[in-house]
Design a protein. Sequence first.
Length: 308
Amino acid sequence: MNIEQAREFLALSRCLNFTEAAEQLNITQPALSKHIIALEKEFNCRLLDRNRRGVNLTGPGKLLFQSATVMVEEYDKVKAAINELKAQATVRLVGDLQDEDDSALASLTAVVARQNNLATIVLAPACDDPLKKVMDGEADIMISYADPEYLDEQGLAHVPFVTRSLVAVVNADHPLAARESLHWEDLRGQTLLKFVSDKTNPAWLQFERLSESCGFQPKSRAVPASNNFEFFSTPLKNDVLIWKSTERNLGLLLDTGRRIGVPVVGEGARLTSYAIFKQENREQLEPFVQAVKEARELLNARKPHRQG
C-alpha cells in the first residue's frame, strides 16, 4: 500500500460512498473501486462490506483505517518539514572552529537557525586559505580573529562573533605576577610573545591596534606555534603571553601555580573573532546574524563569564 492508496482508502472510509469519495479525490468511481479491490487482494481480506444499504468498514478495514490515518499524517508532517528545510537558506561556514568558544557559538547558532526556520548552517570543506574561499563564493562566512581595519580595507563585511576578556600570563617570579589586574598601558616596555601561526597572527593584529590606541608599539618575541602544545608549552622566560581568559588549556596550566594569569582590564582589552563575508551577501546572510544574536543570548544566560 502506497501513500496515495492510503489517502483513497481514508477518503472512502470517512464518507462510505464510492461516488462521493471519487469526487473528493478527483478520480473516477471505477478507478477507485479498482484500487480498493487491489488493497483487499494485498491484505487478502475484505476491508469493506458492500450492500444495497451502503458501504461499511469490516474489522480489518477499521484496523487499516487507524493505521492509514497515522501513516498519512506522519508522511504529511515529514514532507512539510522537508519542504521548510529546502526553503531555508544554506549558510556555509569556514574557518578555525577548533576554538572552543567559536565552536560552541557556531553549534548553538546552527540549532537556533534550524529550529526557527532561518537557515541551514553547514561547514564548508577545510582549506589553507578560508578567506579566499569566501571571496571565490565557495563559502559564505569565515569565522576568524581578524583586524577590522584590514577587513574594511578589503571591502569585507564583518560582525563580532565571540568577544573574550584577556589575561596576561607570566612566570610566578615576574614583576607583574603580584598584580591583581593590569591595563593594556601597563604592558608598555614589556616583551610580548608573538606566536606565528594561522590562528594567532590575526589575533596579534588586534593586539597591535590596541597598543597603538595606547600610544606605543608592542615589543615582541616571535615564536613558531603550529599547534596548542607548542603554543602553551613555550618557555615564557621574562616575557608575557597575552591570550583569551576562557582558554581551557591555559586555565589548566595556571592551576599548577608555576605561571600566573593576571586579568587585563579596561576599554578595548578584548580579543574578538568575527563573522566575515562579502558586502553583497549581507542581506541574504541576515538570518545567520539573527541566529547568532539569539544563540549568544542563550550562552550568556547559561555561562555569563564565558562570553564578553
